[in-house]
Design a protein. Structure first.
Length: 211
């Protein structure tokens, strides 16, 4: 017996949240880079940000001088996220950066799976001192998997309750790029191995600005 295809068939995806990515111009980074360079000259001059069990980083410090500048850069991105993903209270028109910090990450250091306190969080890559090819060559033995390469990982459950990952392999090509995502979205950062320089990133928490 031959069965015909049912009429009017269609497919649909369950709605879910994601992330949004952008690239900053060199001029946008000047105030941020200035404070990062100042802190790096003397780590004792800045306030330590301790994420506890979330990471094993030795050098992670709060930013203070460039907060208003970062807030100005991220406001349009927050609005765009709310529109794209029908997220949050869209009657709130402005967003406030409540905290930001810089990570000076050495090889072998990592961030375990964690969330942030803000409505939104972000990750901005300032300096990434390696390429994926360099890292791939380093781990290219014993059939090691791409997931062992340095990356930013999102962890989430799908409609079937299965734990999934969205992996962003990060290398030198990600300098000046940032991602914005809901603060309560689980994420982690795997280590790198091939450089003795710092991988420098900026992260922070964003809330609605009071009316």
């Amino acid at each position: 017996m031959i069965y015909k295809c049912m009429k009017d068939t269609f497919s649909a995806n369950f709605p879910s949240q994601g992330f949004i990515q952008g690239t900053l111009e060199a001029d946008d980074l000047v105030p941020i880079q200035k404070e990062i360079d100042s802190i790096q000259k003397d780590f004792n001059s800045a306030k330590i940000n301790d994420l506890g069990n979330a990471s094993n980083l030795e050098n992670e410090f709060y930013l203070k001088d460039c907060l208003e500048h970062i807030e100005h850069l991220l406001n349009p991105l927050c609005k765009k996220y709310c529109e794209m993903f029908a997220f949050g209270d869209r009657s709130k028109k402005e967003f406030k950066l409540t905290s930001a910090w810089v990570n000076y990450q050495r090889k072998h250091e990592y961030f375990g799976t964690h969330t942030h306190n803000g409505l939104f969080s972000f990750a901005l890559w300032i300096k990434v001192p390696y390429t994926i090819e360099q890292e791939r060559q380093h781990v290219d033995y014993a059939n090691r998997n791409i997931q062992r390469l340095p990356a930013f990982h999102f962890h989430y459950t799908d409609a079937m309750g299965t734990i999934r990952q969205q992996i962003i392999p990060v290398d030198k090509t990600y300098e000046n790029k940032l991602i914005l995502f809901p603060g309560n979205m689980n994420h982690s950062v795997s280590p790198f191995y091939t450089s003795d320089e710092y991988r420098i990133t900026v992260s922070g928490n964003i809330e609605y600005k009071p009316l």
